[in-house]
Write a protein that binds this ligand. Structure first.
Ligand code: ATP
Ligand code: MG
Length: 611
């Protein structure tokens, strides 16, 4: 089951509820918000003062022909306009700053959360989906927590202010407006909910598209080598088309919304003017009063239209926030206990598996580890051998505590790893994986990943020990050469040596090695082997072995099949007594490492025992 649903038929959540989650993100900036609100209040009050002046100019200035009075008023108007400009700009700056700040914090929080999620989460979640929530959804929040908020505040103040001043100007006309208001507002609110639901769908479809794109772009070479570009273009095109159509439905709803809002609002306005004009003619009202009333009514209507527009935006932001909250609420399966037991400082590198059984969450029926028990002494060299799917890599996954066993316990240096903090456990383990991960950074920084506080000299010493120094220095900019995303600028053997240098730098008491199955040329092979030999000194080492040389120098070979330990011993005795091992040895080591096949094994043995 996916950790969060991406389902079109989700039940509509209540209104703007999700936006409440924004409060903790805005709270640290309450001061900025208050200052913004103050500038807003000043600018809006200035604006609301204009109609008062207009009425006086019409009623007294023009009629009485009083030039000095008119001059005064225009100076006043000029001052008002200046205040509006100045405080309006301040408001805009503060509020946009707030929006950017809040979104930056949300992105930070989301990243902080997902980078800690366990592999089970990434098995069911597309990276692109997470990225889409991290970028596209937060952008929607940005518009609402900044500019949107400003429009809401400004329009609300103007709307309420204008209504109050309308009531003071002419209570009769105001009464008519109050009666008409619900007729306009109810449909607006109703259509708003529709917009929000479609908006959420629209964001979901964008996430689908970015999920698909991330997946295929990171494997562009594979796509090309299978000449599957056209298929992928078509697949992406279909997803984009669906997202476009969902967007069109959203825009359509939005258009209906604007139509109802604008025409409703201005119809109400015209009706009021009409009645007002008749009042002036019948002598119940002065021309100036109607002018003032008209301006306030315009303000009120414009603010209401603005509010209804923002209402639609708010609905969109609520949909986006809903998606972000979902992501933030997924709990990692692997958590540090409340009071983690610290691992002893001796850093021995002792490992103990006690009756460990485990199935992957996505395949509960199959036992990836079955009653697995093994004691490994400090400094011991263990080789795991077994057919593909035997559960060898799974042992590593559990030892690093990426999953918890279904039954049984795993101890590192005498502490049950379920009681320790995962960071503490992982800090004791160096791993050289089958496929090296190279980051889009310099060679130096890629090695330093093993221990971020290492000095340049330490990085270079590690590279030397890993037989990587020579080739790194030959790169165009030496250690500062950018290695390309995923290390596209390095050969397989070079990448491996970078990974080994990383592990050397980390200097952990336990070393896990998933031997690469891809064959290197003899020279690279020799360099990698030498680097590994250096690395394995004085460390507890578990190697998933694919090479004869590796099993020959192991203290014990553990033969695995279907999650169980089938046999444990040295190479010679296992070849003699264990049929599964004998067959594997012939297939894996005999063929690839020694063309003389199985017979060759025996020839190498005496050499090994002389080590
Ligand atoms: N993430 C996963 N989700 C579900 N099942 C998995 C997962 N990883 C491995 N498996 C299954 O668990 C079993 C053991 O897999 P594992 O990767 O440990 O095998 P292995 O011995 O390392 O094989 P290989 O030599 O091919 O690397 C296999 O049946 C495999 O299909
Ligand atoms: Mg494996």
């Amino acid at each position: 089951m996916p950790p969060f649903s991406n389902d079109i038929n989700r039940p509509a959540s209540r209104k703007l509820q999700p936006l409440r989650a924004l409060v903790p993100f805005i709270r640290p900036y309450t001061r900025t918000l208050l200052v913004a609100a103050a500038t807003l209040l000043i600018a809006s009050s200035a604006m609301l003062a204009i109609p008062l002046a207009v009425r006086d100019v019409i009623d007294n200035g023009f009629t009485a022909g009083d030039l000095a009075r008119i001059d005064d008023y225009f100076w006043l108007l000029l001052a008002v306009v200046l205040i509006m400009g100045l405080f309006g700009a301040a408001r805009q700056y503060l509020v946009t700053w707030l929006g950017e700040r809040v979104v930056a914090d949300i992105r930070d929080a989301v990243y902080r959360h997902v980078i800690r999620m366990d592999p089970a989460f990434y098995e069911t979640t597309k990276i692109g989906e997470v990225l889409s929530r991290l970028t596209a959804d937060t952008t929607l929040i940005q518009s609402i927590s900044g500019v949107g908020l400003s429009i809401i505040l400004r329009s609300s103040i103007q709307f309420i202010g204008a209504l109050i001043l309308l009531a003071l100007t002419n209570p009769g006309l105001m009464g008519i407006i109050v009666v008409m208001l619900p007729a306009v507002l109810v449909p607006i609110l109703w259509i708003g909910r529709w917009v929000r639901r479609l908006s959420r769908d629209s964001q979901d479809r964008i996430a689908d598209a970015s999920g698909l794109a991330t997946e295929t772009l990171t494997a562009a070479q594979t796509v090309q080598s299978f000449t599957a570009e056209d298929t992928e273009i078509q697949r992406f095109g279909e997803v984009i088309e669906i997202s476009f159509q969902t967007a069109v439905r959203r825009i359509r709803a939005r258009a209906v919304f604007s139509m109802v809002a604008i025409s409703g609002m201005f119809t109400a306005l015209i009706i009021v003017f009409w009645i007002g004009a008749r009042e002036v003619l019948s002598g119940n009202m002065t021309g100036g009063e109607l002018g003032q009333f008209a301006l306030y009514a315009m303000f009120a209507a414009m603010s209401a239209v603005m509010l209804s527009e923002v209402w639609g935006e708010l609905q969109r932001a609520a949909g986006a926030m809903e998606r972000i909250i979902e992501l933030l609420e997924v709990e990692p399966n692997i958590k540090s206990p409340q009071h983690p037991v610290p691992l002893p400082d001796t850093r021995d590198g002792r490992i103990r598996f006690e009756d460990v059984s485990f199935s992957y969450p996505s395949r509960p029926g199959i036992a990836a580890m079955d009653q697995f028990s093994l004691d490994i002494q400090p400094g011991e060299k263990i080789a795991f051998v077994g057919p593909s799917g035997a559960g060898k890599s799974t042992v590593f996954q559990l030892l690093m505590r990426f999953y918890d066993p279904r039954a049984g316990r795993i101890y590192v240096d005498g502490v049950n790893i379920a009681d320790a903090s995962p960071q503490d456990v992982r800090g004791r383990i160096g791993i050289v994986p089958q496929e090296t991960v190279i980051f889009g950074a310099s060679a130096r920084d890629n090695i330093r990943f093993g221990r971020p506080d290492a000095t340049d000299a330490e990085v270079e010493a590690a590279a030397q020990a890993a037989a990587a120094d020579v080739f790194i220095r030959a790169l165009p900019e030496g250690y500062d050469t950018y290695l390309g995303e995923r290390g596209t600028r390095l050969s397989g053997g070079q990448k491996q040596r970078i990974a080994i240098a990383r592990a050397i730098l980390k200097d952990a008491p336990i070393l896990l090695l998933d031997e690469a199955t891809s064959s290197l040329d003899a020279e690279s092979e020799r360099l990698v082997q030498e680097a590994l030999e250096y690395l394995e000194q004085n460390r507890t080492t578990i190697v998933i072995a694919h090479r004869l040389a590796t099993v020959l120098k192991a203290d014990r070979i553990v033969v695995m099949n279907e999650g169980r330990i089938v046999d444990i011993g040295r190479h010679a005795e296992l070849v003699a007594r264990d049929p599964l091992y004998a067959r594997l040895a012939e297939l894996q080591f005999g063929e690839s490492n020694n063309p003389a096949s199985a017979a060759g094994l025996v020839e190498v043995l005496p050499e090994a025992s002389s080590r």
